[in-house]
Design a protein around this ligand. Structure first.
Ligand SMILES: Nc1ncnc2c1ncn2[C@@H]1O[C@H](COP(=O)(O)OP(=O)(O)OP(=O)(O)O)[C@@H](O)[C@H]1O
Length: 259
């Protein structure tokens, strides 16, 4: 019962049912991939877990605790979040922005401690953005900003990390590094819930997958159980080529209609 448990989650937004009876678990030490076509409800599911959108029904628990019983500070300590393509409007340095990740652990007006500072440096090095520490985030490229925002999320040190398409806008090497970081977070005991569009990453980096389709769970289980030809054709209207290279499995989609 130490995991993040979502059961029977339903969300209606703007009068439209977006999620219906969605259930999944994220256990400590696991990377769980949330996949599905555009508009399937992936970001909405993350936002419901985080309390950014209010569910119409459902039970969301961290361990034994219902998230609605957690104060915003307690929730922020337990669930860290990498938002999708988040713009940053404040002219803060990258180091200062990453330092905001420590806010849930500080009392009001308390400055970061030496231990916090060491952690900030560590996560910025891990995400390859320590060299950007004195730059204003408003001047960074999209990929540089993404890595700084990931570092801020890691700086929280929460037992669960929710990441919404953390590899979008990154070059191929940084995409691989970010997926390795997701695995590294899990190796250190965190439960990671990550929204992905890259099916090869879903196959290679995730312990379990949840495939959303039209607001419901079409399939969940191991990558091999979920990434079947039939599920991929239903969810994405694609066929896939599959191959193994250097001991790693790859998937490349192509249009189901042959186009
Ligand atoms: N505030 C809102 N009001 C009405 N509809 C909304 C609202 N927010 C999201 N939606 C709709 O809910 C559906 C699911 O959106 P969501 O962002 O969760 O999808 P997603 O699976 O993350 O998609 P993508 O892969 O494109 O990021 C979409 O059809 C979207 O237009």
């Amino acid at each position: 019962m130490n995991g993040l448990h979502v059961s029977g989650l339903s969300v209606t937004l703007g009068g439209n049912r977006i999620l219906s009876d969605v259930s999944f678990d994220v256990e400590p030490g696991h990377v769980v991939g949330l996949i599905g076509a555009n508009g399937a409800g992936k970001s909405t599911a993350l936002k419901a877990v985080l309390g950014i959108v209010a569910p119409e029904a459902g039970d969301i628990r961290v361990g034994e605790q219902d998230v609605v019983d957690l104060s915003p500070r307690e929730r922020a300590k337990k669930l860290s979040y990498v938002p999708q393509g988040a713009p940053v409007h404040w002219p803060l340095t990258a180091e200062r922005l990453v330092g905001l990740g420590r806010t849930p652990h500080l009392t009001p007006w308390q400055d970061v401690t030496d231990a916090d500072q060491a952690m900030i440096r560590c996560v910025m090095q891990e995400t390859d953005c320590w060299h950007l520490r004195d730059r204003l985030v408003t001047t960074l490229s999209g990929g540089e900003r993404s890595r700084v925002l990931l570092a801020r999320t890691m700086a929280v040190g929460a037992p669960f990390m929710l990441a919404d398409e953390p590899t979008s806008s990154l070059d191929p090497l940084h995409q691989l590094q970010v997926m390795d970081i997701m695995r590294g977070q899990a190796a250190c005991g965190a439960g990671v819930l990550v929204v992905l569009h890259d099916l090869s990453f879903a196959l290679r980096y995730c312990d379990r997958l949840v495939l959303l389709h039209q607001g419901g769970v079409l399939a969940s289980g191991s990558p091999a159980e979920v990434l079947t030809d039939a599920n991929l054709e239903t969810a994405f209207q694609v066929k896939v080529a599959r191959w193994t290279e250097g001991g790693e499995q790859f998937l490349a989609p192509h249009a189901a209609n042959g186009g």
